[in-house]
Design a protein around this ligand. Structure first.
Ligand code: GDP
Ligand code: MN
Length: 377
């Protein structure tokens, strides 16, 4: 998933003809002050953290300034701070506009209908998830003819726009749909879309590019803002590896078993910190590589939950033991294993020889690893 920051999203908006306020993205408080002094950003202005998380308005990451000095101190306050775990390295500075109304529009993929969908709501400026269903207008779009005039008119009607503003919306939706289509986006969202006099301005931009189309867009290959450094290494090695907030490492095989393992740990009060899905791999080299990557995330305890179908438990165990030996003693962590299925007996024997016990019962093994992560044996 290639998630663009607001600044990058707005560059695309400009390119496709979606109106955005005048503004710049800067990385320092000095640059913020300069931008307001040299006229690149008119005062009063808005200063917003360039992070991928939403809800910045509520979270104090959107500020207003009416002098260059205020712009500087607002930028200084936001830069370097952490917003939902993300360090703020850049802020966007924009002219502050006098908002008449805040609307919501987006194009997304409706996975059930298997079609693009146009979502419009007159209740913009708040998270769309919190808006009453009755106040949201949804239209699936046939991608072959593309977005049609009557669909744009229906959206205008849903947003309560008439006259010149309906014309503005018509052009905006055409541009936005073109962006969605040509850039292979899975989401383009404007929230809020501000009514400013007889104009519509996109005050925010959320653009996510479909990962499966990445090969068609080498220009996005440098943007990996949503991956942690370890996730980036994992991607290059083609290992399914995801970092979470907790402290228990999970190694499982297959998406279903992996998700179920995370649920079971949660159920018993544990907090999964990183998980990797071996998929159909039992190549000991791959297992070792994946395990060592997990060790770099410094889990407090690791839960190995393997079901051997095609995968052989003994080869997984071999790879794991090989990797265990190369983890320095000071960085070792308790390991709880549960391996069942194909070549289970051989696998258990290999683990036992390396001092790892396999606990066959799911509940008991999950409880053991939760206890270990909390500082137990
Ligand atoms: P988010 O909270 O992360 O989605 O950040 P947004 O960019 O959507 O900004 C949050 C809110 O700040 C908006 O819904 C507006 O109410 C307000 N805001 C942003 N830009 C302006 C502006 O130029 N003028 C005014 N008056 N309010 C703004
Ligand atoms: Mn927003």
């Amino acid at each position: 998933m290639v998630k663009l920051t607001e600044g990058r999203g707005k560059e695309l908006f400009r390119k496709y003809g979606v109106a955005v306020p005048r503004g710049v993205v800067v990385g320092s408080a000095e640059a913020a002050e300069r931008a307001t002094k040299d006229g690149s950003v008119p005062l009063p202005c808005v200063i917003k953290a360039q992070v991928l998380a939403g809800g910045r308005g509520k979270g104090g990451a959107v500020r207003f300034a009416s002098t260059a000095e205020e712009a500087r101190s607002a930028a200084a306050a936001i830069l370097g701070s952490s917003f939902q775990g993300e360090t703020v390295r850049e802020v966007i500075l924009e002219e502050k506009v006098a908002i008449g109304r805040e609307l919501y529009v987006s194009f997304a993929l409706d996975r059930t209908a298997r079609l693009p969908i146009l979502i419009a709501s007159a209740r913009g400026g708040v998270e769309i998830e919190s808006v009453d269903d009755a106040a949201i207008d949804r239209q699936t779009i046939d991608p072959f003819p593309g977005l049609l005039a009557y669909e744009r008119r229906q959206a205008a009607h849903a947003l309560g726009l008439t006259g010149p503003l309906a014309g503005e919306l018509d052009r905006l939706l055409s541009s936005l749909y073109r962006l969605f289509d040509r850039e292979d986006a899975e989401l383009v969202e404007i929230n809020p879309l501000a009514v400013v006099g007889e104009k519509l301005l996109a005050l925010d931009a959320k653009v996510i590019i479909e990962d499966d189309a990445a090969f068609r867009h080498p220009e996005y290959s440098a943007i990996r803002d949503d991956r942690t450094p370890l996730e980036e290494i994992a991607r290059e090695k083609e290992i399914a590896f995801v970092q979470l907030d907790g402290n228990i490492g999970v190694i499982a095989n297959g998406a279903g078993l992996t998700m179920a393992t995370l649920d079971v740990l949660k159920e018993f009060g544990g907090a999964p910190g990183v998980f990797l899905d071996l998929g159909g791999t039992d190549d000991p080299k791959k297992v070792s590589e994946a395990f060592l990557l997990m060790a770099l995330a410094k889990p407090r305890a690791v839960f190995l939950n393997i079901f051997g179908g095609v995968t052989r438990c003994d080869t997984v165990a071999k790879g794991l033991v090989a990797a265990l030996e190369s983890v320095p003693a000071s960085e070792r962590f308790p390991l709880v294993a549960r391996i069942r299925g194909n070549a289970e007996t051989e696998g258990i024997a290999i683990l036992r020889a390396a001092g790892v016990t396999s606990v066959p019962d799911l509940k008991a093994s999950a409880q053991a690893v939760v206890a270990a992560a909390k500082g137990g044996a």
